[in-house]
Design a protein around this ligand. Structure first.
Ligand SMILES: *Cc1c(COP(=O)(O)O)cnc(C)c1O
Length: 427
C-alpha cells in the first residue's frame, strides 16, 4: 500500500516513510491510496476468530510493504494487551470501553502500535520522539514507547496545567522517557516542538520524529476496536443495525471508524459527538468549515477547534458533503448537559460515565431509531476525571498519586533551552 498526501497527489510514500515522516512535504497528512475491502466470508466468520487474527487481516494490506507477516504479528501481539469490551448500559445502548490499557484512555492502542512499528524500522540510528502534550497523549506515548530499543522520548508539558494523575503517568517511568515541564502554556510547548521540526540544522544532527495523533501509525490500529465491537455484538444484533457514536476531538477515532466501514464492516452509520468545540457539528449542519480557537470544557481531550483529521475525512469523501452526511450526523452538548448525564446515567443505569463518554452517549441517544442498536465509545476511565465526577457524585473517590519518586526536567519557554534538553542522553 502506498500513502498519498491529502494536499498533493504526486507525493507517494511507503508505510514506513509515512510513519517516520509524520507530515507530508506539503504539510498535509498521509492517507492510504485506496481502502481495501475484506471478503464477506471474513465478516461471516468473525465471531469464531481471535482478536489477533482479525487484527492481522485488517491491518496487513496497509503495512505489507514495510513489515513482514511475522513482524506485523509481533506488533499486534504487543499492542493488544488489554480488552475492549462492549458493556450493556441500557436495553439498546452499550459502552465500548477503550480505557483498560496502561494509561486508561484509547490512545494507548495507537501509541503502542506506532512505537512497535518504529522499533522494527530501527536501523541503528537513535530516534528522538518529540511531543507536546496537554495530558492524555503524553501519558499514552510515555507508556507506549517505554523501553522500546532505539527510541528516546522527550515530552513537553505546560507546568501546572496537567492533572497530578496525568503527570504521574508520564513522570513515573524514567529510562528512555524524558519529561520536561515548560513554564508556559500548551500552545508554547507545541510552538517549541514545531520550531524543532523546522530547524534544518537540528534535523541534520538528530533524527527527530513526532508521535502526535496525525501519524498514520496511530490512526490505523484504531480501526480494530470497531471490528472487535462488531464481533462481540454480532449474534445479539439480530435484525438491528449498528450505530456508533464517537466523542470527537481531532477526529482520529471517527476517521478510523469510517475507514473500517469502507473496508466492509457492517456499521450502519456514525454519530460525531462534540462538546462546545463544535467546528465539525457546524460543518455538517451548515456545509461551511470554520476552524476556531478551542474553549476549555470538562471533556478536555475533545477541546479542539481545528480538528486535524478533517482533511483526511474530506479526502476520503472527495469533498462531497452529502456523502459525508449520509454516513455521519453530529450533535453537541455543553458542560451542564455533560454533568447532568453523568449523574442521570449513574442513577438510572448504574453506569459511571467519564465526561467524554457522557457526550458520546447523549449524542447517540438523540439519534438512535427503534431498529438500531447503539454503541458509544468510552474513551477514558472516569478515574482520570475524578474532579469532574465529584461535582455530581460527591462521594466518588479519586486515587491518590505520589509524585515524590517521579522525575522531570524543567525549562523556560525558550528554544535554546529545548536544544540543550534534546542532547541529554538516555540512560
Ligand atoms: C484524544 C481523546 C479524544 C478525541 O479523540 P480524537 O481521535 O482526537 O477525535 C476523546 N476522548 C479522550 C479521552 C481522548 O483522550
Amino acid at each position: 500500500m502506498k500513502y498519498n498526501c491529502t494536499r498533493n497527489n504526486n507525493e507517494q510514500v511507503s508505510f514506513k516513510e509515512a510513519v517516520i515522516k509524520g507530515l507530508t512535504e506539503q504539510g498535509g497528512l498521509y492517507i492510504p491510496e485506496q481502502i481495501p475491502t475484506l471478503p464477506s466470508s471474513f465478516f461471516e466468520q468473525m465471531e469464531t476468530m481471535d482478536d489477533q487474527a482479525i487484527a492481522f487481516q485488517v491491518l496487513a494490506p496497509f503495512v505489507a510493504d514495510s513489515l513482514n507477516d511475522e513482524q506485523l504479528k509481533q506488533v499486534i501481539a504487543e499492542t493488544l494487551v488489554f480488552p475492549t469490551p462492549v458493556v450493556p448500559v441500557t436495553e439498546n445502548v452499550g459502552a465500548l470501553e477503550l480505557f483498560h490499557g496502561p494509561t486508561q484512555a484509547f490512545k494507548d492502542v495507537g501509541a503502542r502500535f506506532m512505537s512497535r512499528c518504529l522499533s522494527h524500522f530501527y536501523d541503528g540510528k537513535e530516534v528522538i520522539i518529540l511531543v507536546a502534550t496537554s495530558g492524555d497523549t503524553g501519558s499514552a506515548v510515555a507508556s507506549g514507547f517505554y523501553n522500546v530499543p532505539g527510541v528516546t522520548v522527550k515530552i513537553l508539558f505546560p507546568k501546572g496545567k496537567v492533572s497530578p494523575y496525568q503527570e504521574y503517568q508520564m513522570t513515573s517511568l524514567g529510562k528512555n522517557i524524558h519529561v520536561i515541564e515548560v513554564d508556559g502554556t500548551f500552545d508554547d510547548c507545541q510552538a517549541l516542538v514545531k520550531q524543532a521540526f523546522n530547524d534544518e540544522k537540528l534535523r541534520k544532527e538528530l533524527a527527530i520524529s513526532s508521535a502526535n495523533s496525525i501519524n498514520i501509525a496511530r490512526l490505523l490500529p484504531q480501526m480494530l476496536y470497531y471490528f472487535f465491537a462488531y464481533k462481540q455484538l454480532k449474534t445479539q444484533l439480530g435484525n438491528k443495525k449498528l450505530v456508533v457514536s464517537v466523542p470527537c476531538g481531532n477526529l482520529g477515532n471517527l476517521t478510523a471508524g469510517i475507514i473500517a466501514k469502507k473496508m466492509g464492516l457492517p456499521i450502519e452509520r456514525f454519530v460525531a459527538a462534540n462538546n462546545a468545540n463544535d467546528t465539525f457539528y457546524n460543518y455538517l449542519n451548515t456545509g461551511e468549515y470554520h476552524p476556531k480557537s478551542s474553549v476549555l470544557t470538562y471533556s478536555n481531550a475533545m477541546d479542539v477547534g481545528a480538528p486535524s483529521n478533517f482533511e483526511r475525512l474530506q479526502y476520503i469523501y472527495n469533498d462531497n458533503l452529502e456523502a459525508i452526511k449520509k454516513d455521519i450526523s453530529s450533535f453537541r452538548y455543553d458542560d451542564d448537559a455533560t454533568l447532568q448525564e453523568i449523574e442521570d446515567c449513574k442513577n438510572k443505569n448504574n453506569y459511571l460515565l467519564d465526561p467524554h463518554g457522557a457526550v458520546g452517549k447523549l449524542a447517540l441517544e438523540a439519534s438512535l431509531n427503534a431498529n438500531e442498536y447503539g454503541v458509544f465509545l468510552e474513551t477514558a476511565h472516569p478515574q482520570k476525571f475524578s474532579e469532574v465526577i465529584q461535582k455530581v457524585i460527591p462521594n466518588y473517590e479519586s486515587e491518590a498519586v505520589d509524585l515524590s519518586n517521579c522525575s522531570k526536567e524543567s525549562m523556560n519557554n525558550n528554544y535554546k533551552e529545548l536544544l540543550q534538553q534534546l542532547t541529554v542522553k538516555a540512560e
